[in-house]
Write a protein that binds this ligand. Structure first.
Ligand code: FES
Length: 174
């Protein structure tokens, strides 16, 4: 005989199971998009430059790609993020760099940084922290929307990898 409580828990299980399938489905659909933007594994392993199509990255969003085994964040910054990054006096920064020196002129909305915390090498989370930039959960370093260190133990800004625009909507990293 089935009790009310065991029916309840079976129903809960089914709901959880359905949710899990939905989550896997979402991950499976997101992956091809990112994977299309990456070259094949042998090219990456060889350290060759990679090209990234920026078209799918809406304003306020970011993606992470891998170049030479390193995570690279590409962020399409909002005007608010750009303004905030440019309003802070550079002399107050721990690793003083202007926002302008960290982006390409004429493409000021695009921030491209190596996503490795300069403290002990964790991968920070984008669009998090007090500065709408990056937050490193390992020891609490906070980077601003220019990837500059603003709070916490990290000594330096997130590095900008070598890259160039090959068209208005495509960059080559490396
Ligand atoms: S590794 Fe990021 S704060 Fe320590």
């Amino acid at each position: 005989m089935t009790t009310a409580s065991s029916e309840g828990s079976r129903r809960d299980f089914l709901l959880v199971a359905t949710g899990a399938v939905a989550a896997v489905g979402a991950a499976a659909t997101a992956w091809p998009l990112v994977s299309q933007m990456n070259p094949d594994a042998s090219t990456v392993a060889a350290g060759a430059p990679i090209e990234v199509d920026l078209t799918p990255i809406a304003e306020g969003q970011d993606i992470k790609v891998f170049w030479r085994g390193k995570p690279i964040y590409i962020m399409n910054r909002t005007k608010k993020q750009i303004d905030e990054a440019r309003q802070v006096p550079v002399s107050e920064l721990r690793d003083p760099q202007t926002d302008q020196s960290r982006v390409k002129e004429g493409h000021d909305n695009w921030l491209v940084v190596i996503g490795i915390c300069t403290h002990l090498g964790c991968i920070p989370i984008a669009h998090d922290g007090n500065y709408d930039g990056f937050f490193c959960p390992c020891h609490g370093s906070q980077y601003d929307s220019s990837g500059r260190i603003r709070q916490g133990p990290a000594p330096l800004n997130l590095p900008v990898p070598p890259y160039q625009f090959v068209s208005d909507s495509k960059i080559q990293i490396g």
